[in-house]
Design a protein around this ligand. Structure first.
Ligand code: NAD
Length: 246
C-alpha cells in the first residue's frame, strides 16, 4: 500500500478523474475525503471505497464556499487528526469564444477552477505546516500550457493553477510540503459530455496514441505524486496527454 493512513481530500471526487483518484487512493490505504457538490455521487463513491475495504468519508462542499470548506477541514481533523494530501481536482468548463463569452461564464470558471484551488489550499495549509509535511496536487490541463480556442476563462484558470503550484513549491518546500500540477490532455469523463462525436474524434486523431485517456490513467499519476516515490518532486508540471503537446 503506497498511501497507508494518508488522510487525503479529493475535491470533485464524485465524477471522472476525481472519482478514479478517490478509488485508487482508497485501494492504496489512504483515508479518503470525498468532496463534491453532488451528494448522491459522494455517497456512491464513499460506498465503493468502503466496499473495497478502504476508509472514506464524504462532504458536500462547494469549493467556492469558504465556510463549507472550513467545516470539512474541521470535521476531517476531528476524525483523523491530520491532512496529508489535498488533490485540487474540482473543475468545470463554460466555453465560448472571447467575443461571445459572458462575464458570468468567465467568473464562474475562475471562481471554481482558480479561486477554488486557492480556497481549499488555504484551508489546509496551516495544518500541513504544523505537521511539517503535506502534498498539494493541482489539476491544470494542457490548456494551462498552450491555451485553447473557446476557453479564455478555462485557460486563464489553468495557467493560474500552474502559477500557484510553482509559487507554493517555493514558499512551502522548506516546510516539508510538496506542490505539483498535472496537465491532462483529453480524458474520457463526463466533462466532455456536451462535445459532439466529431469533436471527440478530432481529439483522438490529434493524440499520437490515437485515443483519449481513461480517468484511471490520471489517477495513477496523482498516486505517484502523492506517494513517497515522488519525495523530491516539487513544483513539477507533469503532462499526461498521450503525447498531445509534443
Ligand atoms: P467531471 O465533470 O467528470 O468531474 C468534475 C467534478 O467536480 C464533478 O463531480 C462536479 O460535481 C465537481 N465540481 C464541479 N464544481 C464544483 C464545485 N464548485 N465544488 C465542488 N465540486 C465541484 O470532470 P473531470 O473531467 O474529471 O475533470 C476533473 C479535473 O480535471 C478538472 O479540474 C478539469 O478541468 C481537469 N481536466 C480534465 C480534462 C478532461 O479531458 N476530462 C483534461 C484536463 C484537465
Amino acid at each position: 500500500m503506497r498511501l497507508s493512513g494518508k488522510v487525503t481530500i479529493v475535491t470533485g471526487a464524485a465524477s471522472g478523474i476525481g472519482h478514479a483518484t478517490a478509488l485508487r487512493f482508497g485501494k492504496e490505504g489512504a483515508r479518503v475525503v470525498v468532496c463534491d457538490l453532488n451528494a448522491a455521487g459522494i455517497d456512491a463513491v464513499v460506498s465503493e471505497i468502503l466496499a473495497a475495504g478502504g476508509e472514506a468519508v464524504g462532504y458536500v462542499v462547494n469549493v467556492t464556499n469558504k465556510a463549507q470548506i472550513a467545516e470539512m477541514v474541521a470535521g476531517v481533523k476531528a476524525k483523523w487528526g491530520r491532512i496529508d494530501v489535498l488533490v485540487n481536482n474540482a473543475g468545470i468548463v463554460a466555453d465560448a469564444q472571447l467575443t461571445k463569452m459572458t462575464e458570468e461564464q468567465f467568473d464562474r470558471v475562475i471562481d471554481i477552477n482558480l479561486k477554488g484551488v486557492y480556497n481549499c489550499t488555504r484551508a489546509v495549509v496551516d495544518t500541513m505546516v504544523e505537521q511539517a509535511s503535506g502534498v498539494i496536487l493541482n489539476a491544470s490541463s494542457v490548456v494551462g500550457l498552450y491555451g485553447n480556442f473557446g476557453q479564455t476563462n478555462y485557460a486563464a484558470a489553468k495557467f493560474g493553477v500552474i502559477g500557484f503550484t510553482k509559487t507554493w513549491a517555493k514558499e512551502l518546500g522548506k516546510k516539508g510540503i510538496r506542490s505539483n500540477a498535472v496537465c491532462p490532455g483529453f480524458v474520457a469523463t463526463p466533462i466532455l459530455k456536451d462535445m459532439p462525436e466529431k469533436v471527440i474524434q478530432a481529439m483522438e486523431d490529434k493524440v499520437p496514441m490515437r485515443r483519449l485517456a481513461q480517468p484511471e490513467e490520471i489517477a495513477s499519476v496523482y498516486l505517484f505524486l502523492a506517494s513517497d516515490d515522488a519525495s523530491y518532486i516539487n513544483g513539477a508540471v507533469l503532462s499526461v496527454d498521450g503525447g498531445l503537446v509534443i
